[in-house]
Design a protein around this ligand. Structure first.
Ligand code: APR
Ligand code: PHB
Length: 393
C-alpha cells in the first residue's frame, strides 16, 4: 500500500489531522492499535479553545460541537470559600471557551472519517515506523496474521504518551523535560446537573477540586488525592462528601449527587520532548507533550500541533514548500512551552502542597495577587482562552 501521510494513532490528533488533510485532497491512512469503541471509551477533557473550534469548522466536523457545545464567558476560582470570576471574554478581547467532551469530538471525527474514502486500520498490531530519516519512510503493522507495509512520504506520530513513535527516535537525538507532581486527580462522571454553570477551580486546605461538566445534565468532578491513593478506596458517597467539604458553602448546598458512571485516578505530569520531529516523522499532541489538566491545555495543544503540521504538509504537497518541513518543531514548541508553563502555574497556585512550607505561603500570595485586579486576571484569562496560533510560511 502507498499513501502520502501515514498517521499512527486514532485519537483526537490523528483523526483531526486525517480529516484536514483529506479536505485538501492529501491521501492518508490511520493506523490504530485498539478498537474504535475502546478509543471512544476514554473519558477525557472538555474545554475547547476558539482556535480548535475554528479548526474543526475548517475540517467540516463542527456541526454538533456548535449545536451542543456550551459557550463559556468566564471560569470561577474559589479560595477560602469565596468565588472569584475570571471574566474571559471581557478580559481577553471577547474570546470564549466551548465546553464539549473529547469523546464527542472523537466521535464526530470518526463519523466523518467513516463517511470518507480514507482508510483506517483498527486493532493494528506492532505498528512500526521505518526509515523515517530517509526520503522513503514506511510503516509496517500486523493484522489477521499478516504483516502489512505502507510506503509513505511522511509519518505523523499521533500515538500518545505511550506510543511507538517517540521511542523509535534514536538516543541522543531528542531531549526530554519532565516534572511529576506529588498528587493525582480522582475524577468522577455522573448524570447529575452541574453544580454551577461556570467551571469552578477550588483551592482548599484539604486539596484542590474542580467542578466541570459535559452538558447541562452530565457533570465531571475532580478531587486532588495523594499519588498512592487507590480508586477502590473511594465509594461514591465518600467522593461526594469530600467534594462538599471543599466546595464553597452555597455551592455545596446546591450539589446534586448521584451514581458515578466512571471513576478513575490520573497522575499529573509536565512532559515535553525536543525536537518534535525526526526526519520525515512528526510527533503530535500527547506523543510529544503532556501537561497537568489544571489549565485545560492537553487537547488544545494537540490541536495547535495538528494545525501546524496540516498547514505545513498542505504547502509541501501543493506549493513544494519543503523548506517548511524543518520548521514544524520550532513553531509547535513556542506555543507548547507557553501551555506547559501556564498548566504548571495553575497547578502550582491551586493545589495543596506542604502547608507548613514558605513555598506554600508564596503560592497563596501569588494567587491572591493575580485575582486582585482585572489587569492581572487578564493575564490568566488570555492564557486560559488560548494564545493565538502562529501563521505558517
Ligand atoms: N500503534 C497504533 N496506535 C497507537 C499506538 C501504536 N503503537 N500507541 C498508541 N496508539 C493510539 C492509542 O490507542 C490512542 O488511540 O494512539 C492514540 C493516541 O491518542 P491520545 O492518547 O488521545 O493522544 P492525542 O490524539 O494526541 O490526544 C491528546 O488526548 O490523552 C488525551 O489529555 C490528552 O486531551 C489530550 C488528547
Ligand atoms: C474536564 O471537564 O474534564 C476538565 C475541565 C477543565 C480542566 C480539566 C478538566 O482544567
Amino acid at each position: 500500500m502507498k499513501t502520502q501521510v501515514a498517521i499512527i494513532g486514532s485519537g483526537p490528533s490523528g483523526l483531526l489531522l486525517g480529516q484536514l488533510l483529506h479536505k485538501q485532497g492529501i491521501d492518508n491512512i490511520v493506523l490504530e492499535r485498539v478498537s474504535p469503541d475502546y478509543v471512544l471509551g476514554r473519558i477525557r477533557a472538555g474545554v475547547i479553545e476558539q482556535g480548535f473550534v475554528e479548526l474543526m469548522q475548517e475540517a467540516g466536523v463542527a456541526g454538533r460541537m456548535l449545536a451542543e457545545g456550551e459557550i463559556h464567558h468566564a471560569v470561577e476560582i474559589a479560595v477560602d470559600g469565596a468565588l472569584h470570576s475570571i471574566e474571559l471574554s471581557k478580559l481577553a478581547d471577547g474570546k470564549v471557551v466551548t465546553v464539549y467532551g473529547q469523546t464527542e469530538i472523537t466521535y464526530d471525527l470518526m463519523d466523518a472519517r467513516n463517511a470518507s474514502s480514507q482508510l483506517s486500520v483498527y486493532e493494528a498490531n506492532n505498528v512500526t515506523p521505518h526509515d523515517v530519516n530517509s526520503n522513503h519512510p514506511y510503516v509496517t503493522y500486523e493484522k489477521d496474521g499478516k504483516t502489512h507495509r505502507i510506503d509513505c512520504d511522511y509519518i505523523a506520530g499521533c500515538d500518545g504518551f505511550h506510543g511507538v513513535c517517540r521511542p523509535s527516535i534514536p538516543d541522543g537525538v531528542i531531549r526530554e523535560y519532565e516534572r511529576v507532581y506529588p498528587f493525582g486527580w480522582l475524577g468522577l462522571l455522573s448524570d447529575t446537573p452541574p453544580v454551577n454553570y461556570e467551571l469552578i477551580y477550588i483551592k482548599h486546605d484539604r486539596g484542590f477540586a474542580l467542578c466541570s461538566k459535559r452538558s447541562a445534565t452530565r457533570s465531571r468532578y475532580y478531587l486532588q488525592v495523594p499519588l498512592e491513593e487507590k480508586v477502590e478506596n473511594w465509594s461514591d458517597d465518600r467522593f461526594w462528601e469530600e467534594l462538599k467539604r471543599r466546595l464553597p458553602e452555597d455551592a455545596a448546598a446546591k450539589l446534586v449527587t448521584g451514581p458515578s458512571l466512571e471513576k478513575s485516578i490520573a497522575p499529573l505530569r509536565s512532559f515535553v520532548v525536543e525536537p518534535m520531529q525526526y526526519g520525515r516523522m512528526f510527533l503530535v499532541g500527547d506523543a510529544a507533550h503532556i501537561v497537568p489538566p489544571t489549565g485545560a491545555k492537553g487537547l488544545n495543544l494537540a490541536a495547535s500541533d495538528v494545525n501546524t503540521l496540516y498547514r505545513i504538509l498542505t504547502k509541501v504537497f501543493k506549493e513544494n514548500r519543503t523548506d517548511l518541513i524543518s520548521r514544524y518543531s520550532e513553531i509547535c514548541l513556542r506555543r507548547v512551552w507557553h501551555g506547559v508553563r501556564f498548566s504548571w502555574w495553575m497547578t502550582d497556585m491551586l493545589h495543596h502542597f506542604d502547608q507548613s512550607s514558605i513555598e506554600d505561603k508564596i503560592r497563596d500570595s501569588e494567587l491572591s495577587f493575580f485575582l486582585a485586579s482585572p489587569e492581572r486576571r487578564a493575564i490568566l484569562a488570555e492564557q486560559y482562552v488560548g494564545l493565538p496560533y502562529e501563521e505558517i510560511g
